[in-house]
Design a protein around this ligand. Structure first.
Ligand code: CA
Ligand code: CA
Length: 182
C-alpha cells in the first residue's frame, strides 16, 4: 500500500498554519498503520528553542539576559495513525510571526515509518514543501534637509525609519526641479 502527501506544495502567510495532507494513495487498510510526520529546514529555520544568553557582571552581581530565537516555524514531529476507516490525515504546523522583513522562505514536511515498524507501506511522495510569505513592512525615508554651496555635491541619506530588514530592499532616488533647474 502507498501513503504519501496529497498536495506536495503548500503556502502560508507568516504566522499561519500549514495543514499538510497525508493520504492513502493506493491499497486498502485492514489494520491500523502508524506513520511519522516531521518537519525539516529549507531556507526557513525551525524553532529550536535556542536561548542566547548574555552574561554581564556589574558590581559583582551577575545578570543574565535570555532571548528566545523563534525561527520561522514550529519544529513538529507527530505520529499519524491511519485506521481502516480513514483515507487522509492532516499534520498541522504553525509558522511563527516576527517583525523582520524577509524573502519568502521554504520548509519541508516529511514522512517516515516509526522505528521497528513492519508495516508493508511505501511512503511516496514522502516530502512536501511549504512556502512562508512574509507579512512585515518597513518605512524608509529621507533623513533631514540638506544645504549645499553652489558647485558642491550633496550626500542624501536614507534611513530605515521603522521595521527590521532581513532582506535587501532596492530604492530608486530621482531628482526633480524646485527653483533650481536640472
Ligand atoms: Ca520569519
Ligand atoms: Ca517576517
Amino acid at each position: 500500500m502507498v501513503i504519501g502527501f496529497g498536495p506536495e506544495a503548500y503556502s502560508v502567510i507568516e504566522g499561519g498554519i500549514v495543514n499538510f495532507e497525508v493520504k492513502i494513495l493506493s491499497g486498502t487498510l485492514t489494520k491500523d498503520i502508524e506513520v511519522e510526520f516531521f518537519t525539516s529546514d529549507g531556507d526557513a529555520a525551525g524553532n529550536y528553542s535556542v536561548y542566547y544568553s548574555l552574561f554581564y557582571v556589574r558590581m559583582n552581581y551577575p545578570l543574565f539576559y535570555h532571548c528566545l530565537v523563534p525561527g520561522d516555524y514550529s519544529n513538529t514531529v507527530m505520529t499519524l495513525t491511519f485506521t481502516p476507516a480513514m483515507s487522509s490525515l492532516i499534520a498541522a504546523v504553525n509558522t511563527l510571526e516576527d517583525s523582520f522583513l524577509e524573502y519568502p522562505e521554504i520548509f519541508f514536511g516529511n514522512l517516515r515509518l516509526p522505528a521497528g515498524s513492519t508495516a508493508n507501506v511505501m511512503l511516496v511522495p514522502d516530502m512536501a514543501n511549504a512556502t512562508i510569505t512574509d507579512n512585515d513592512a518597513a518605512v524608509i525615508g529621507f533623513s533631514g534637509n540638506y544645504s549645499i554651496v553652489e558647485g558642491g555635491s550633496v550626500n542624501i541619506v536614507l534611513e530605515v525609519v521603522s521595521g527590521v530588514l532581513e532582506r535587501e530592499v532596492v530604492i530608486r532616488v530621482d531628482t526633480s526641479d524646485g527653483t533650481a533647474q536640472g
